[in-house]
Ligand binder design. Structure first.
Ligand code: ADP
Length: 273
């Protein structure tokens, strides 16, 4: 039984990357992904520097989740090359953390919040080895960091949506990764949880870590992100948020969904034409 539902482990088809002197944190070239032969990501190229909080935005079905899963080898690529700090993902697994969408997790799985957080350590300590007191302590610290210290012994099925999201963040934090991918960490959480999560992501950036966040609320994009990937099957625009988050790029990304878009553009106010 796997706590993550419907994740097919792919065969790794990418070639070994050659390390360069100063590689970007994330390097993607010519990445194409198809489900049942229907392409959902087409020719994706990305170069993302380290120590940024990077947003991934685009309409529903744009391929945002698929992009993360393809980078993490959770879905097969038709073609393409992905490198994390100049090395293929499979060599960098230990330094990459993933917070999946809350709905992709089997929350009926019979474990406590602390046990779920400690699962973030398994790659470090090895499966089937006991979680020692030191690691248990590390898991408790991470729970404290996300404001969930009092819920250690609660079954995960009995946590609210916001609490589940915080616990999943704690599970990623104990991994002490250099790069994190978070798929809609703010979906269905209250404003205080969103603020708490965002403060932690900014702290991770201060520590030099690189964080990717699939995000829906265009009104907070400018405030939250240094770097932005605007996606709609292809990369419409990517770069410093201050440069690429323009009305023109929003229109190109969201196409005809003008009602939503106009509201967002109005809310943003002085967005560059
Ligand atoms: P987003 O995260 O931007 O909403 P997704 O990456 O979830 O987009 O989906 C991109 C496209 O791929 C959508 O058209 C979706 O229906 C399709 N898709 C996603 N997962 C699968 C799957 N496991 N099998 C077939 N099609 C899928």
């Amino acid at each position: 039984m796997d706590i993550l539902k419907n994740h097919n482990q792919s065969t790794n088809k990418q070639g070994a990357g050659s390390p360069t002197a100063n590689p970007p944190a994330l390097f993607v070239r010519d990445l194409t992904v198809a489900y049942n032969r229907k392409p959902v990501l087409w020719d994706i190229d990305l170069d993302v520097p380290s120590a940024v909080v990077a947003g991934i935005v685009g309409p529903n079905g744009a391929g945002k989740s698929t992009l993360i899963k393809a980078i993490l080898d959770l879905v097969p690529h038709t073609s393409g090359n992905v490198e994390i700090f100049g090395r293929p993902y499979k060599e960098q697994r230990l330094i990459v953390g993933y917070v999946p969408q809350r709905e992709s997790v089997d929350w009926t799985y019979p474990i406590t919040a602390l046990e779920l957080v400690a699962m973030g350590l398994y790659r470090k300590i090895g499966w089937f080895k006991p979680v020692t007191a030191r690691y248990r302590e590390r898991a408790r610290e991470a729970m404290d960091q996300v404001g969930m210290a009092d819920f250690a012994d609660r079954q995960i099925s009995r946590l609210s949506g916001g609490q589940q999201q915080r616990i999943f963040l704690a599970r990623a934090l104990v991994q002490d990764a250099s790069m994190y991918f978070m798929d809609e960490p703010f979906a269905g959480v209250d404003a205080s949880t969103e603020e708490a999560i965002m403060a932690i992501l900014q702290e991770l950036r201060e520590q030099g870590k690189t964080v990717f966040v699939v995000h829906h609320d265009l009104e907070t994009v400018r405030r939250y992100f240094d770097h932005l990937i605007m996606l709609n099957m292809r990369v419409v625009a990517a770069g410093a948020c201050s440069e690429v988050f323009t009305e023109e790029n929003l229109r190109r990304t969201y196409g005809g969904r003008l009602t939503l878009l106009d509201r967002a553009v109005d809310a943003i106010g002085g967005i560059k034409p």
